[in-house]
Structure formats: C-alpha cells, structure tokens
Design a protein around this ligand. Structure first.
Ligand code: ZN
Length: 566
C-alpha cells in the first residue's frame, strides 16, 4: 500500500468549491485520503498551481481512422519524432502521433483521462488495442450510432424502447462509453453518394429525419441511465451558413435529465458559420452562444482551430469529401457497413487565409461569450482544429486580451470585419480555465461518481502540479508564462503514482478503460431477439458471435453498470 503526501499545494478544485487554497493532499493506494502517517514519498508543491488531472472529453487518439491518418502521412510521422529515453518508448508523429506519443504528450500537460471521440462498433477492437498502449491515461470511447441500420429501423418504427435495447447491446459489445452521433443520417446518405443539409431532410432508405434520430437517441440514452448524454456532431459541419442548422437543432433538444445536460454538442466552432458562400463567410458565434446561454441542458465544446499543419479525421464521410474538393489534397473515405463512415484529410490552417482566420476567432468567441464555463469545454477536436499540444496557447489566449490582440494583428486584414472577437474584453480566470479543462468534463461525462475531476477524500489521485506561481503571475500580461507553465507539469500523478516529471515520463500509469453495461429486461435483450439476430446474420459480413470485443482486449478496465428503465 503506497502513500504519498503533497505539501503546500496551491489548489484550485472547482467541484469542491476550492478557489486557490494552500493545502496538503494525502494519497493512499491510488486514492485521496484524509491523512497519511510516514508517507513513502513527499512532494513539496510550494508555489505551484495544483489541479485535478486534465480530462479531454473529445479527442481522436486511437482506432482505425487515427491509424489510417498515421500511415497516410509519413511527413507527419517524421515531424514529431522523439527517441527512446529511460522508460520512454520512441515516438513519432506530430498531428497524429503514435499511441505512446499521444500518451506522453498529454501526460506532460497534466492530462490523465481521455475520451476517444468516435469509435465504430464494428472496428472497436482496434481502438481498445490502442487504448492499452496509451499507458498514462484512462480511456473511454464514444460509440457511433449515426447510421446504424437497426437503430434507424427502430426509430422509423417509433419504438424508442427497442432503440434503447439496441444501444445497450452495441455499447456492451463494443465496450463503448457514450452514444455518439456524427452528422446523423448524413453518414448513412453518404453510403449512397448523398448527404443531408439540415435536420429536416429525409434520409435515404428510411422514412425519418436527422431531428427524429437526435431526439429519439436522447430519449433512449436516458432510458439506459448512462453516465454521459448523447454526444452530437451536428449536421452540415464546416459549411457557410450552417449556424441556422445548429440553432434549429438546439431549439429541438428536450431537457430530460435533472442531473446533467441532455446534449453534449461537440466542436461547435465548425457549426457557427454565417454567410452564403466562402466569399461572405463570417462568424455567428454570438448567435450560437446566446442560444447556449438560454439552454442549461446543453453543454458544448469549442473545437478551437489553431494555425499550422494538422490532420482532419471524422466519421462524417460526406464532409471529408467536400473538404477534398476544396483542398485537392490526399484523401481517404471509408464506409463501415451497417453503421457509419469516415474520412481523413491533412490540412494547413494559415493566418493569412481569411476563412482560417475567421475560424480561429470563432472558437475563441464561443469560449468568451458562453457565460457559464461549466457548459463550454476547451477542446480542439484533436487533431481536427489543431493538435492537442496547442491547448496551453488556447488557455493563454482566453486569459489575455493583450495576447489575443497581438495575434489578431498578424491575421488576414479583413478578419476584423467578419468577427466579434476584437470587441470582447473578457479574460478568463484561473478558476474558469480549471473548469473548462477538467471539472466541466468530469461533470458532463458523468465521471464525478467514479472519483474523477476533484481532489478531496475518496477521489482518484489524478493530479497535475504546474510550475506556475499564481500569486506572482498576471495572466493578462504574462501569457508566455501561462503557455510554458501549462505545457509541462512539474509532476503529473496518475492513481497516486508520479508518471511524468518535468516532461519525462517515468512510469507506465495504472490506466484503465471505462465502458458501460446497461442492464435491460429480457424483452429488450437483443442477444435473444430473433429479428435482431436474423438481421445481423443477413446483413453483416461478420458473424454475431465474433462481433463483441472480449474483456481480454481491454486489460485493466472499469465496467460502469447501469439499470435501464426498459
Ligand atoms: Zn471529433
């Protein structure tokens, strides 16, 4: 039983309403406890900002499309090479690093939990195998249902309970965590060379609309009592004028869970576009933020774009095809039978490109115009908007108007006429940054009950200690110090063990995969449902017995069991 005492830490822990108190943190056997006598290890954190471990609630780090992004871009592999050092493996890749590359770089920034944003259930094995080699973080996977034929059929039949039974079977089979919808209906249409442009378009082969998919999925999600809400990538991503589709979607979301949000809307920057073409493209972040401010049952993440090279990857196949027609760069698209699709394109976001400059401003505007930081999460949709290593720069931009203005000066000169950013004075506080990088994620994902996102007795000892002296740092002026301080922790602690010290990872963490297993009544158990079994055997190219991911693929794991109401 190992014990650790962190002395004199300057703690911000928004879940516990601790806003900058100097205190000691005691750890026994991976958990935070009241006190330890004669600790095995003592860390003096005098003058250092100490936060719960960072949580990324939407990132693409593991699985088939991530891996395809790696071997599509040998130049990206060469861009981020690090050699073997001590216990650390060699790594490669900049925007799509190897699994160890992702894990070490996140750990260096104090991140201890990661949600893979999109896992196709049929290809879940690959995601779980890569989770095993992401050793410094707990991992969870959003599971894609946007084009699932059994789910779409249940929605067409108006049978929400059956839909819930189908979600339960797939989540358990794929060892998934949350229900993800990517361009609902659009990925199904893409299988036939089509797309949908908004929530009321008909979907090929089914007499339903994207809106019906979204609302029924939310109802089914809550029938299963899942920790997380439906996680939605709205229709019409990345197109001028798409903000109307986003607003229409938000207006239709029911508020049906009194413990947390009913909808998590991801990478909203890509869904906040005005204009009728790229010629009159402009920001509509103010309209989107106003709508979010009015709807306490919606949580968003920003999907910030930062300048430089990266790789876009998403289940939104038709969107990637559109991007290919824009860039004529190398490109991949993939259809996943019965379930969803995907696409990958490397891109470069440039300061002197007006569209890119506006995109950059929109992400910041969202973070500054949504009043409640608990409902606006900081993320780049790694690597779509930017590689996650840019997070410290995003934090500094949000904390310093001076830094924003300085950056703004370097952009395409017409940017100011298309965005609201220069007029926004708000500078986020330390507490707000802590909320937007860990506490809000823990609440939105339903992980507080599992000891994540806070630092009091009973919590998992996932802790980030940054070399930032809050008392002597004015973030509005010292933005370089913010960037450096949040880039490399003094200590990153995972389940009570120091796993990273000043950027050197010293130990493979006690990491786990978290997955859900909803218990449903026999009437909704799809493993015994004749129509489901018959449809599965008839239409899938894989046998049903071979489909579920066995627990042996997961290594250490936490099964989150829920009692469904069906
Ligand atoms: Zn994503």
């Amino acid at each position: 039983m190992k014990t650790l005492l962190i002395k004199n830490a300057f703690v911000i822990d928004p879940i516990q309403h601790i806003s900058g108190e100097t205190m000691d943190i005691a750890v026994r056997n991976g958990k935070i406890v009241d006190d330890v006598k004669n600790p095995d290890e003592v860390i003096d954190a005098q003058g250092m900002l100490t936060l719960p471990g960072g949580i990324d609630s939407h990132t693409h780090i593991c699985g088939t499309k991530v891996n395809f992004g790696r071997y599509m871009s040998p130049e990206d592999m060469r861009a981020g090479r690090t050699s073997r050092k001590g216990d650390m493996h060699a790594t490669a890749g900049y925007s799509v690093p190897t699994t160890y590359g992702n894990s070490y770089r996140y750990s260096r920034m104090g991140y201890t939990t990661l949600l893979e944003g999109a896992m196709a259930p049929m290809e879940a094995r690959h995601t779980h195998e890569e989770f095993r080699y992401t050793p410094m973080q707990d991992c969870l996977a959003n599971t894609l249902f946007d084009g699932n034929w059994f789910a779409l059929q249940a929605i067409q039949d108006g049978d929400t309970k059956r839909l819930a039974g189908i979600l339960a079977w797939y989540l358990s089979a794929a060892k998934g965590f949350g229900v993800k919808l990517t361009n609902p209906g659009g990925t199904e249409a893409w299988g036939f060379g089509k797309d949908v442009s908004c929530i009321n378009d008909p979907i090929p082969n089914f007499d339903i609309t994207p809106l019906e998919i979204i609302v029924k999925m939310i109802e089914a999600n809550e029938m299963l009592n899942l920790p997380h809400s439906v996680h939605l990538h709205c229709n019409n991503l990345g197109k001028p004028g798409n903000y109307m589709c986003t607003l229409d979607t938000y207006d239709a979301i029911p508020d049906i869970n009194d413990k947390r949000q009913s909808l998590y809307s991801t990478h909203v920057q890509f869904h906040s576009y005005g204009g009728s073409s790229w010629n009159d493209f402009c920001s509509k972040a103010e309209d989107i933020a106003r709508s979010v401010n009015d709807k306490p049952h919606i949580v968003i993440d920003t999907g910030q774009v930062m300048f430089g090279k990266t790789t876009t990857m998403t289940a939104d196949g038709p969107m990637e095809f559109n991007l290919y027609r824009l860039y004529h760069n190398k490109w991949s698209n993939h259809d996943i039978e019965m379930e969803t699709g995907s696409g990958i394109i490397p891109v470069v976001y440039r300061k002197k490109n007006l569209v890119n400059a506006i995109m950059w401003a929109i992400g910041l505007e969202l973070a500054l115009l949504v009043d409640d930081p608990w409902r606006c999460i900081l993320a780049t949709d790694n690597p779509n908007g930017a590689p996650f290593v840019k997070y410290p720069e995003v934090m500094a931009l949000l904390m310093s108007k001076e830094y924003r203005d300085k950056e703004f000066e370097t952009l395409h000169k017409s940017t100011g006429r298309r965005v609201a950013l220069p007029a926004i004075e708000r500078e986020l506080t330390w507490d707000e940054i802590a909320v937007m990088t860990r506490s809000a994620q823990a609440r939105a994902l339903g992980l507080i009950d599992y000891g994540k996102g806070y630092l009091s007795e009973g919590a998992e000892a996932d802790i980030a200690i940054y070399p930032i002296d809050v008392d002597s740092t004015d973030p509005a002026r010292d933005y370089e110090r913010i960037i450096n301080g949040f880039s490399t922790t003094e200590y990153t602690i995972k389940r009570g063990e120091v796993v990273c010290r000043r950027g050197t990872c010293t130990l493979e963490g006690n990491h786990s995969t978290y997955w859900v297993k909803p218990h449903v009544s026999p009437a909704y158990d799809m493993s015994k449902d004749a129509a489901f079994i018959d449809g599965f055997n008839r239409y899938y190219s894989i046998r049903r017995a071979n489909y579920p991911v066995g627990e042996e693929y997961l290594g250490r794991n936490v099964c989150m069991e829920t009692e469904a109401s069906i």
